[in-house]
Design a protein around this ligand. Structure first.
Ligand code: IMP
Length: 431
C-alpha cells in the first residue's frame, strides 16, 4: 500500500506547503524526516494563513496523524510555540495527532547562538543560514555530543549532559567569539521544564511509521528545503545540513527505502534561492526584480528577499534523478503572467563546452553559464484556471517545453496560493 514522497526539486520554497497540505487530505499519516525550523511552509485555508516550521502540514486535517521523525532537528521552544499558536486558532494538536520521535536531536539556545556567531566568523564566506541552529545541532549529532528528545524526559540525565555540553559551547562563545556565555542554571531549568511539556507527544515515530505501512495506511513523506540544498548532493558548502529528497527518508524516519512507492518533486516555474551559493540562472536585473515582486518572493521563515531567476532544467533534471522521481509538480505558473518572453536554461556552457548534466563540483558550477531557450509569454490571469485545456496556448506550450526538457511528466500545475488553485494532469498518489 502507498507511501508517497513529496520533496522540493530546487533550492527550497517551491510551494511544497500548500501541495503537501492538499495531498495530506488523502493521507492517514504525514511524516517530516529532515530539516527543522529552518523550513517555513505557508498554507492558506480560506482566509487563514498558517506558517508551519516543524509540525507536518497534515495537522490542518483533523483525522491525519503527524510524525516528526528522528532525522528532524527539533527546537522544542519553537515546537511548543507552534503548538500553542495552532491551538489558539482552534486547530486540534495533541498526543493523538502529533507524534515526536524520541530519537530526534534537540536544538538548544546555544546552537542558535553559535549558528549566528559562526556566520559572523565566516564573513564573506558565510552560508547565509536561517540562523535557527540547524548546522550546529546536526554537527553535534554527528560528533555524538548532541541531546535527543528522549534525554529531555530524564531530568537528571538532561541536566548532566546539558551541563557538559554547555561547558564546551560557552568556552567557544566566550573565548573564540568574545561574546557573553549562556547562563547554565537558567538553561537547565528551561529544558527540563520543556521536556515535561513535550512528554505527551513523544513516541517511537519510526516504529509507528512502519506499523502504519503494515496496516496499509496511506503515508506522505513531506520534504523540507530542496534537493539542491542537500548536504551530500547539493551545492556544498552552501547547503543545509540534511538529506532533503526522498534519499533522506530511510535514515530520517527509520522507514525502509523499498517501502516508498511513489516519488514526486516540486519545482516553481522559475527559480529562487535564499542565502549564499551558486545559482546559475540568477537574474540581478529588472526581470529578476519583477519575478520577486510578482511572486512576492520573501522568505516565510526569515523574511529575506529571495534571489530570483529563470527556470533551470539542468538543476531540476538532476534533482528529480537523485530521488528517482516518477514525475513533478510545477508551481507559481501564474506568477509569470505578463512577461513578454519566458526563458529556461536547458544546458550550461562551461569553458568552450556545453553540458546537459549538473556539474557536481563547485568550481564548475560557478563557471557554468546557462544556455537559455525562450518562449512567448502570455497576458491572461491564470489564477482561475482549473483545467489544463483552459490555459492560454502559450502557457501550455511553456509547460510542455519544461516537461520535455526535464524529461519527467508534470502531474499537476499550481496557479495560486489556495488549496484549490491547481490543475490536475496526472496521477500523484500511488495506487
Ligand atoms: P540552514 O538550513 O539554516 O543551515 O541554512 C543553510 C542554507 O539553506 C541557507 O542558504 C538557507 O537559506 C537555506 N535554507 C534553509 N532552509 C530553507 C528553506 O526552508 N527554504 C529555502 N532555503 C532554506
Amino acid at each position: 500500500m502507498p507511501a508517497l514522497s513529496v520533496f522540493g526539486a530546487q533550492w527550497g520554497d517551491e510551494g511544497k506547503g500548500k501541495l503537501i497540505d492538499l495531498l495530506a487530505r488523502e493521507a492517514d499519516v504525514v511524516v517530516r524526516y529532515q530539516g527543522g525550523p529552518n523550513a517555513g511552509h505557508t498554507v492558506v485555508v480560506g482566509h487563514e494563513k498558517y506558517v508551519l516550521h516543524l509540525i507536518p502540514s497534515g495537522i490542518l486535517n483533523p483525522a491525519t496523524v503527524n510524525l516528526i521523525g528522528n532525522g528532524v532537528a527539533v527546537d522544542p521552544m519553537k515546537l511548543l510555540e507552534e503548538i500553542d499558536g495552532l491551538r489558539a486558532r482552534g486547530v486540534r494538536v495533541d498526543g493523538g495527532n502529533l507524534r515526536l520521535s524520541a530519537l530526534a536531536h534537540v536544538i538548544f539556545e546555544h546552537h542558535r547562538v553559535i549558528d549566528g556567531l559562526s556566520e559572523r566568523w565566516r564573513g564573506e564566506g558565510r552560508i547565509g543560514t536561517t540562523g535557527r541552529g540547524i548546522g550546529p545541532c546536526y554537527a553535534d549529532k554527528a560528533a555524538r555530543v548532541g541531546l535527543r528528545v528522549c534525554d529531555l524526559l530524564e531530568p537528571d540525565l538532561c541536566r548532566s549532559r546539558l551541563r557538559a555540553a554547555l561547558a564546551e559551547k560557552n568556552a567557544l562563545i566566550e573565548r573564540v567569539h568574545g561574546e557573553k556565555p549562556l547562563e547554565l542554571d537558567a538553561q537547565l531549568d528551561r529544558y527540563v521544564a520543556i521536556g515535561e511539556r513535550l512528554r505527551p507527544f513523544v513516541a517511537d515515530a519510526g516504529a509507528e511509521a512502519r506499523a502504519a505501512h503494515r496496516a496499509k495506511k496511506r503515508i506522505l513523506f513531506e520534504g523540507a528545503q530542496g534537493a539542491m540544498l542537500d548536504i551530500d548532493a547539493g551545492t556544498y558548502p552552501f547547503v543545509t545540513s540534511s538529506n532533503t529528497g526522498a534519499n533522506g527518508i530511510a535514515a530520517g524516519a527509520c522507514f525502509p527505502p523499498r517501502w516508498v512507492d511513489r516519488v514526486v518533486g516540486i519545482a516553481k516555474a522559475y527559480t529562487t534561492r535564499v542565502g549564499e551559493g551558486p545559482f546559475p540562472t540568477e537574474l540581478s536585473d529588472a526581470t529578476g526584480e519583477r519575478i520577486r515582486k510578482q511572486g512576492n518572493e520573501y522568505g516565510s521563515t526569515t523574511g529575506r528577499p529571495r534571489r530570483c531567476g529563470w527556470f533551470d532544467a539542468v538543476a531540476v533534471r538532476y534533482a528529480l534523478d537523485l530521488s528517482g522521481a516518477d514525475g513533478w509538480i510545477v508551481t507559481n505558473l501564474d506568477v509569470l503572467t505578463g512577461f513578454p518572453e519566458v526563458s529556461a536554461a536547458v544546458r550550461y556552457r562551461i569553458g568552450s563546452g556545453e553540458v546537459r548534466d549538473w556539474p557536481a563540483q563547485l568550481p564548475s558550477i560557478d563557471a557554468a553559464r546557462p544556455v537559455y531557450q525562450s518562449h512567448p509569454g502570455w497576458t491572461e490571469d491564470l489564477t482561475g484556471v482549473r483545467r489544463y485545456e483552459d490555459l492560454p496556448a502559450a502557457a501550455r506550450s511553456y509547460v510542455e517545453f519544461l516537461e520535455r526538457e526535464v524529461g519527467a511528466p508534470i502531474l499537476m500545475i499550481s496557479v495560486g496560493p489556495e488549496r484549490d488553485q491547481v490543475i490536475q494532469r496526472g496521477r500523484i498518489q500511488p495506487t
